[in-house]
Write a protein that binds this ligand. Structure first.
Ligand SMILES: Cc1cc2nc3c(=O)[nH]c(=O)nc-3n(C[C@H](O)[C@H](O)[C@H](O)COP(=O)(O)O)c2cc1C
Length: 397
C-alpha cells in the first residue's frame, strides 16, 4: 500500500468489548460444558449494515486516525489491518471511489446527530423479529406469566407520605366518556372496510397542516394539531392500506400540505404479509384495515438541535403525541386503534426505501372497526368497550 495515502476514519464510531460464546468439542471432551468464552472488540458505526469485529491492532489503528481531516497514513501500521478497516467501511482513503458504505458515511455526516443517540437509534432496530413467538416461548405473553417469571413489578402507584389533598372531581362530559372508551384495539373486523371518509377525517385531524409560517421561501414552519419540538414537525406518515373503501390496497405516503396520498411501489409480497412483518408478528395488529407508519426525518430536527443530547428524545416525544391524538380521534369516531413500537424497523425501511439514519420508523399505528367478538384480549377492566366486564389479561405490549 502506498505510503502517502491520506486517510480519514468514520465520524461516528463506538468500540465495545463483547463476550462471545462458542461451542468447542475439545472443551467438552476434556470435561467442561463445551462452551468457550471469547472477548472480541466490536466496532459500532451507524453507517454500517452491522457491527464489525476487530482485533486489538485494528482498534489501536482506528484510534490513531482523525475523523475530520484527511491525514497521511500513520507510519509502521500493518497493511492487512488497514485493508480490513478500508474494506469494512470504517476508514476511507482520500480520492478513492466511494462505495455504498462510503456514500452512507458521507450522508450521515450531513445530519448533525448526537453520537449516543445515533447509536441508540441504529442498534434498536429489528429485522425479521416475531415478537409474539419470542414472548410466548419465554412465558411472558400474559400479565400472570410476567409476574410468575419476573416476580412482582415495582408498585403501580408511587409511595407518598400522608393523605393527598383531594381535588374536586368534575361532572363527566362527552369528551370524558370518549377518553374512557379508548382501549388498545387487538380485534379488528376484517370483513368491514374502513370508509375513505373516516380515514381522511382521522388523518386531517392528526397529521394535516393547519397553517404555516414562511420565514423565507426555504424556511417554512408548519402548524398542526399536535405539538412538535422546535415547531419542526419532522414526522412523515406512510400508509399500508389493506381494506379501505375507495382506496386501493397498497403503500402510500401522506402529504400534510395537500392532505393527499401518493402510491408507492411495493414488492411481490401481499399487504397482509407486509402488515405481519411490519408489526413483528402481532397478528392482532396486522389485521387492521390500515397501518400508519410514523417515521421522522431526523435532519429536520437536528437542523435546529445540532448534536443536541435532547433532539432524539424530542423526536420520540413528537411521535408519541401523534399516536396519542390518532388514538383519541379514532375513538371519538367510534373506531378501534393501537400504537406499537414492537416493529421490524429494518424491514419497513427496506420496503419503503428509507436510509435509517435519515428517515426511519419509530412506531406503527393501526385503525379500523372493532370486531363483534373478542379473540385477543384487550385491557378493559371497567367494561368501557366490551360488555360484560372482562377479566382476561391483555397481551403484554
Ligand atoms: C409505546 C407503546 C407501545 C406499545 N406496544 C404494544 C405492542 O407491541 N403490542 C401490544 O399488544 N400492545 C402495545 N401497546 C399497547 C399497550 O399494551 C396498552 O396501551 C396497555 O396494555 C394499556 O392498555 P390500553 O391501551 O387499552 O389502556 C403499546 C402501547 C404504547 C403506548
Amino acid at each position: 500500500m502506498h505510503d502517502t495515502l491520506h486517510l480519514r476514519r468514520c465520524r461516528t464510531l463506538y468500540l465495545e468489548p463483547r463476550q462471545q460464546t462458542s461451542f468447542d468439542l475439545r472443551a467438552l471432551v476434556s470435561g467442561g460444558t463445551g462452551m468457550t468464552l471469547r472477548s472480541v472488540w466490536t466496532a459500532l458505526a451507524p453507517h454500517l449494515p452491522a457491527p464489525v469485529e476487530l482485533n486489538e491492532s485494528q482498534v489501536l489503528l482506528l484510534g490513531r486516525l482523525d475523523p475530520e481531516r484527511w491525514e497521511p497514513r500513520p507510519a509502521g501500521e500493518d497493511d492487512s489491518d488497514l485493508r480490513y478497516l478500508l474494506a469494512h467501511g470504517l476508514v476511507q482513503a482520500q480520492g478513492a471511489d466511494r462505495d455504498a458504505l462510503a456514500e452512507r458515511e458521507a450522508q450521515l455526516r450531513q445530519v448533525p446527530w448526537w453520537g449516543p443517540a445515533a447509536m441508540l437509534h441504529w442498534q434498536g432496530r429489528w429485522q425479521g423479529q416475531d415478537s409474539v413467538k419470542a414472548l410466548e416461548s419465554a412465558g411472558l405473553h400474559t400479565a400472570a406469566g410476567l409476574r410468575a417469571h419476573l416476580g412482582p413489578p415495582p408498585p403501580a402507584l408511587a409511595p407518598h407520605a400522608g393523605e393527598p389533598r383531594r381535588l374536586p372531581r368534575q361532572p363527566e362530559e362527552a369528551f370524558d366518556r370518549s377518553l374512557r372508551e379508548r382501549s388498545t384495539c387487538r380485534n379488528f373486523d376484517t370483513a368491514q372496510p374502513l370508509p375513505l371518509a373516516e380515514l381522511s377525517r382521522l388523518l386531517q385531524r392528526t397529521l394535516a397542516e393547519t397553517g404555516r409560517q414562511v420565514v423565507e421561501e426555504d424556511a417554512v414552519f408548519l402548524k398542526k394539531n399536535v405539538p412538535s419540538a422546535g415547531g419542526l414537525h419532522p414526522t412523515e406518515a406512510y400508509l399500508l392500506v389493506q381494506h379501505v373503501e375507495g382506496l386501493q390496497a397498497g403503500l402510500y405516503h401522506y402529504d400534510p400540505a395537500s392532505h393527499g396520498v401518493s402510491a408507492l411501489p411495493s414488492d411481490a409480497r401481499s399487504m397482509a404479509e407486509l402488515a405481519v412483518l411490519f408489526t413483528a408478528g402481532q397478528h392482532w395488529f396486522a389485521d387492521a384495515p390500515v397501518l400508519i407508519v410514523l417515521a421522522p426525518r431526523f435532519a429536520r430536527t437536528y437542523w435546529k438541535y445540532r448534536h443536541h443530547p435532547k433532539a432524539y428524545r424530542a423526536v420520540i416525544l413528537d411521535v408519541g403525541h401523534i399516536s396519542q391524538l390518532l388514538l383519541t380521534c379514532a375513538t371519538e369516531q367510534g373506531l378501534g386503534a393501537f400504537v406499537t413500537a414492537a416493529i421490524n424497523e429494518q424491514d419497513i425501511e427496506q420496503v419503503l426505501g428509507m436510509d435509517p439514519m435519515q428517515l426511519s420508523p419509530l412506531a406503527v399505528c393501526g385503525v379500523g372497526w372493532r370486531a363483534q367478538q373478542m379473540s385477543t384480549s384487550e385491557f378493559d377492566p371497567g367494561g368501557q368497550v366490551w360488555t360484560p366486564v372482562l377479566t382476561a389479561e391483555p397481551p403484554t405490549g
